[in-house]
Design a protein around this ligand. Structure first.
Ligand code: ATP
Ligand code: MG
Length: 428
């Protein structure tokens, strides 16, 4: 951060020495004033992009039509944007026109929230025409100018508003909130991908419960482009029912918990997340956890005629772990632990919770994949002198379950012996 500030300062003083104005602006000032980590530093300047380009040896024309270039200094990139105003937001997202201006206040006026509309020069003096520093002190998100207009211009700002309120644990100024409620239908103009990116920052951030509460009260999501197969009150109930979500460290577990609270079946999760433009890795991880959730529910409902009791539960749990993978299984147990106590340990009000038992059953499994089994399909066919066929897979998974449960040892001899026994008993 100190090295980043020093490099950025070189760019800023370079601009100032050439007779231009230049400041640090936006998120870096906000985060610096809050004592939060600064991850990048943006610079705003009176210099035109061609002047900036001429001044520094390494410049990338990032968004030159909008006045933004990236200046490379000491191996770091800084976005340097010419003071500009924006107009004609016909699509409720992007301005049709940007004009370069000479007054920094005009540039700050186009920015979304007062806390993002502060700049600072190398002298350390803030330029803060809209009271952003005060709003930082008060812990408040407030639009620059008239909230209704600002949300009408760019509907994405509504989600940014909730995101900043959630991430910073800030309040939302009354007029800003009113403006948001007035314009919430305009979320339909925003690409699902942009919505998803903001949602990720809300749900994966430090105050997801607050964020979900705001999302629910705003009524924004049912108005977006991506499918929303829940009612507003389902979302409200889910938001209230995931008070433990912040304890979950990995993002996919937070999404799994949320979809669980929303009552989404595993087989619908992947399609939904796809429509929400989540990456494949997240989708399959979440769907995997939800499939284990379904296996878990089935575990708790022992069908009549099947053995009950702890040992039977253990064997069926291990079967579920083998089928869905240890990662998804452990993921579900972690999600389960984050649920409200009544739901978490519903099946075992006075016994030690099954959830805890399942954790140790999983940990005690000597193996969990076919690859770890000390016999291969080929060996099996040879040793039993049978033509390879679908029976091989059936025997292998039977052996895996037996070895994972600790019924037999995972060595070649014991496995082949057990395979023979299974064949003899026609356990195919
Ligand atoms: P972070 O990078 O942590 O999300 P940030 O404030 O730097 O926070 P960016 O999206 O990087 O956010 O934008 C940089 C600055 O540009 C903001 O601080 C704000 O001044 C302005 N800005 C960004 N998006 C908008 C928008 N949709 N409407 C108006 N101003 C915006
Ligand atoms: Mg930024």
């Amino acid at each position: 951060p100190a090295a980043m500030a020093a490099a950025a300062e070189k760019v800023i003083t370079g601009l100032i020495r050439s007779g231009h104005e230049a400041y640090w602006v936006g998120g870096c000032i906000r985060d610096e004033l809050l004592g939060r980590p600064v991850h990048d530093m943006d610079i705003t300047t009176s210099a035109h992009p061609d002047e900036v380009t001429a001044l520094f040896p390494r410049v990338i024309p990032t968004g030159i039509a909008h006045g933004t270039v990236t200046v490379l200094e000491d191996g770091q990139g800084f976005e340097v944007t010419t003071y500009r105003t924006e107009s004609g937001y016909a699509d409720h997202r992007r301005p049709e026109q940007v004009s370069f201006v000479t007054d920094v206040t005009e540039d700050l006026r186009r920015r979304d929230f007062t806390i993002n509309a502060i700049c600072c020069g190398p002298d350390g003096l803030l330029v803060d025409p809209f009271g952003g520093e005060r709003d930082l002190e008060l812990g408040r998100i407030r639009c620059v100018g008239d909230a209704r207009e600002r949300f009408e211009e760019d509907a994405l700002r509504m989600l940014r508003c909730l995101r900043f309120a959630a991430v910073l644990d800030f309040a939302i100024a009354k007029n800003t909130w009113r403006g948001l409620l007035r314009q919430r239908d305009l979320l339909a103009h925003i690409a699902a991908e942009r919505v998803r990116a903001e949602l990720e920052r809300i749900v994966e951030g430090p105050h997801p419960v607050r964020g979900l509460g705001l999302l629910s009260r705003s009524g924004l999501l049912p108005r977006g482009k991506a499918p929303f197969p829940w009612t507003g009150s389902t979302l409200a109930a889910a938001a209230a029912g995931v008070s433990g979500i912040g304890e979950l460290q990995s993002a996919h577990l937070r999404w799994a918990l949320l979809l669980h609270a929303l009552g989404t079946p595993a087989e619908e999760a992947d399609g939904l997340l796809r429509a929400w433009t989540f990456p494949g890795a997240t989708r399959s991880a979440v769907a995997g956890v939800l499939r284990v959730r379904e296996a878990w529910t089935a575990l708790l409902e022992v069908p009549p005629g099947e053995p009950g009791g702890t040992e039977a539960l253990r064997r069926r749990w291990i079967a579920a772990v083998l089928r869905h993978g240890t990662e998804a299984a452990a993921g579900w147990l972690t999600v389960l632990a984050a649920l409200p106590a009544a739901e978490r340990d519903a099946a075992a009000p006075d016994a030690p919770p099954l959830r805890v038992a399942a954790q140790s059953w999983t940990a005690e499994m000597p193996l969990s994949t076919l690859a770890q089994l000390a016999v291969s399909g080929g060996e099996l066919a040879q040793a039993l002198q049978r033509r390879p066929g679908p029976w091989v897979g059936a025997i292998l998974s039977g052996l895996l379950h037996a070895a994972a449960c600790g019924d037999i040892r995972n060595d070649n001899q014991s496995l082949l012996q057990e395979a023979k026994r299974m064949i003899e008993h026609e356990q195919l």
